[in-house]
Design a protein around this ligand. Structure first.
Ligand SMILES: NC(=O)c1ccc[n+]([C@@H]2O[C@H](COP(=O)([O-])OP(=O)(O)OC[C@H]3O[C@@H](n4cnc5c(N)ncnc54)[C@H](OP(=O)(O)O)[C@@H]3O)[C@@H](O)[C@H]2O)c1
Length: 348
């Protein structure tokens, strides 16, 4: 694993992945040299980035399909990551040079060797410098989304059952492990694939109770598996379309379907009978909205709890480091299906 002490190095020039208009990421994203400002604003900080993931939402933002629009072009892509403060403006009291920081809000442009941001858009890492760099770079979006999904939509106790699709995504893997730590059982749906058995084994090794592929989930045999378990209280949907419809059918009375992603690019349709006879609720979740509407204490408490799980070995993520210099390869990997690993740009 990368350690922060091994990545304290200076860059002669600074580069960033930028786009001048919305469009296909492989077309509009370019690696460009950027000029760093000679002096910082009073409330600004200069950060040298260490690592940043490529999340689906980053690509949606480049396509112009995200909940937050770019404020001005050219824009630097990337919303999550970890870096080290190099300099602070004269009025900054919350951060100092050498602090390891993560963004508190999206839109900072983290796919860059350096970024300049307002001090209040960054948090000194609330869980210590010995924390693995890869996890510091990726903790605040996906594992925290899983944490909220399991905390905010149903009162879940030991033995209860939740169901999810895109179960091998970073959010899905985090749901499996956080649920396992809380004694909650998971039914996990993935797309069918050439290495399906390997995927089943990997998810079960992390604590998944049931793993099935989409076609099997829609089959008659699946009904027998579901009949042997308590009905799911909540379903987590990142796909939409028929996959979401199938999840909703597996919910018990008064269950909730929570949509947090649109990977299948199809709307969510719930059977009328499920709404009327089972009183199913349909909700949405967006981590950015949660961060905007909660205090810094709430944020740090959640992140520290998730970080504690990492430290105890209860939460593992499948990450693949790719050097910033190889951005095109990193982008291609991040858009290739059935890989099962999140691409993490590293800036050493
Ligand atoms: N609402 C929020 O606040 C929030 C926060 C975090 C993430 N998200 C969303 O959660 C989803 C997962 O994000 P992530 O970062 O965890 O993913 P990730 O680790 O980058 O992995 C991508 C996942 O997407 C799956 N996938 C890609 N295209 C698909 C399709 N057409 N149908 C079904 N599955 C497909 C892949 O499955 P295969 O292995 O089968 O290719 C893989 O599991 C994304 O939609 C993301 O935008 C939302």
């Amino acid at each position: 694993m990368l350690q922060f002490r091994s990545v304290f190095r200076r860059f002669a020039s600074s580069q960033a992945i930028r786009f001048k208009e919305y469009g296909a990421p492989s077309v509009v994203l370019k690696r460009e040299s950027i000029e760093l400002p000679k002096s910082l604003g009073d409330s600004q900080v200069l950060v040298r980035m260490v690592a940043a993931p490529i999340n689906p939402a980053d690509l949606n933002a480049v396509q112009g399909n995200y909940g937050i629009k770019t404020s001005a072009f050219p824009a630097t892509a990337g919303n999550e990551g970890v870096g080290i403060v190099e300099k602070v403006g004269s009025l900054v009291k919350t951060l100092k040079a050498g602090d390891v920081v993560i963004p508190t809000k999206p839109g900072l442009g983290t796919w860059a060797q350096h970024l300049v941001a307002s001090a209040d858009s960054l948090d000194a890492l609330p869980f210590g410098k010995d924390f693995p760099v890869e996890y510091a770079a990726t903790l605040s979006v996906n594992p925290c989304t899983a944490y909220r999904l399991l905390s905010d939509f149903a009162s879940l106790s030991k033995g209860d059952v939740v169901i999810q699709n895109a179960a091998n995504s970073t959010v899905g893997l985090s749901v499996i492990q956080i649920a396992k730590a809380r004694g909650i059982r998971t039914i996990n749906v993935v797309r069918n694939r050439p290495n399906y058995e390997q995927t089943v084994d990997a998810l079960k090794a992390l604590g998944a109770d049931v793993v099935v592929h989409e076609e099997f989930f829609a089959s008659h045999e699946m009904k027998k598996i579901l009949a042997e378990l308590p009905a799911a209280k909540v379903a987590f949907d990142a796909v939409g379309g028929p996959s979401a419809t199938n999840l909703s059918r597996a919910l018990g009375d008064n269950g909730s379907l929570v949509t947090y992603g649109g990977l299948g690019r199809q709307g969510v349709t719930i059977p009328t009978s499920s709404l009327i006879f089972k009183n199913i609720s349909v909700k949405g979740f967006w981590m950015s909205r949660w961060y905007n509407s909660h205090s810094a204490d709430d944020r740090r408490k959640m992140q520290s709890e998730v970080a504690e799980m990492v430290k105890k070995g209860q939460l593992k993520l499948a990450l693949e480091r790719v050097k910033f210099a190889d951005f095109s390869a990193a982008l291609e990997k991040s858009q290739t299906g059935f890989r099962g690993r999140k691409v993490l740009l590293t800036f050493e």
